[in-house]
Design a binder for this molecule. Structure first.
Ligand code: 13P
Length: 255
């Protein structure tokens, strides 16, 4: 696919896979996707599998490792948390921040996600910052307002240079794990709006470079259509990233 920005396809495994299962999936992906150069590929296993998976894909030319969250603090008395310094031990390059499931279940605010984003950048990790509206918000015509507030809050105080390391993921909450995908037109509309807001918050050059991923029931069958949209620069895949066949097909269909 002829795109302005290099596509990024990321798999968010969420709270799935034992270490043995994670190794099996990562091994299959390595065999299937090991030679892909056209798109960037990131897999985000649970914390408990990072160590083993990182060893397995150490020499991979194509697959990079991501985490699903991290603390805004760096080492100390924060029971149950994981910091950037710990992720770096396993060659983690990316970290998903502000996923809607963390906003919903862990009550994460834009201010907290902003602090985590800054901590990730300080540790040279690339944050994948998630935004997206609920069904109620969409039906009340609040999509742009909600996304704008999230973007503005989560990226507050970042420099233009730092923005070159940031990836944004638009994940409409109503499309996550529901089988309901935003139409490619609905996705494009919001992606275009986000890019416009990045121009206003930073500048046009930053906006032209930033990658905006779509997430929400991405499957092999809808990948091509979604990725063909001008402002869609990749996908953040949940359910379909749990099987080597479907994740590999998503990657292949995006090329
Ligand atoms: P699904 O692909 O299962 O809808 O999940 C999307 C998601 O939340 C990725 O972060």
């Amino acid at each position: 696919m002829d795109k302005v920005r290099k596509l990024l396809i990321a798999g968010n495994w969420k709270m799935n896979k034992t270490v043995a299962e994670a190794l099996s999936l990562a091994g299959d992906l390595q065999r299937e996707l090991g030679l892909v150069k056209e798109v960037d590929i990131v897999i985000c296993p649970p914390f408990t599998a990072l160590s083993e998976v990182s060893k397995l894909i150490l020499d991979s030319k194509s697959i990079r490792l991501g985490a699903q969250d991290m603390s805004q603090h760096n080492f100390g008395a924060y029971t149950g948390d994981i910091c950037a310094g710990m992720l770096k031990e396993f060659s983690v390059r990316y970290v998903i921040l502000g996923h809607s499931e963390r906003r919903q279940f862990a009550k994460e605010s834009d201010a907290l996600i902003n602090a985590k984003t800054k901590a990730a950048l300080a540790a040279s990790l690339k944050p994948i910052v998630c935004v997206g509206e609920t069904l109620t918000e969409r039906e009340a015509n609040l999509t742009e307002k909600v996304v704008d507030t999230q973007i503005t809050g989560c990226l507050a105080g970042l420099t233009k240079d730092q923005m070159d390391e940031v990836v944004i993921a638009y994940e409409p909450v109503w499309a996550i794990g529901t089988g309901k995908t935003a139409t490619s037109q609905q996705a494009q509309e919001v992606h275009q709006f986000i890019r416009k807001r990045i121009t206003a918050l930073f500048d046009d050059a930053v906006a032209k470079r930033v990658r905006i991923l779509y997430g929400g029931s991405v499957k092999p069958a809808n990948t091509r259509e979604l990725m063909s949209q001008r402002d869609v620069d990749g996908a953040l895949v949940g359910g379909a990233s749990l099987e080597a066949r479907s994740f590999s097909d998503i990657v292949k269909n995006s090329i």
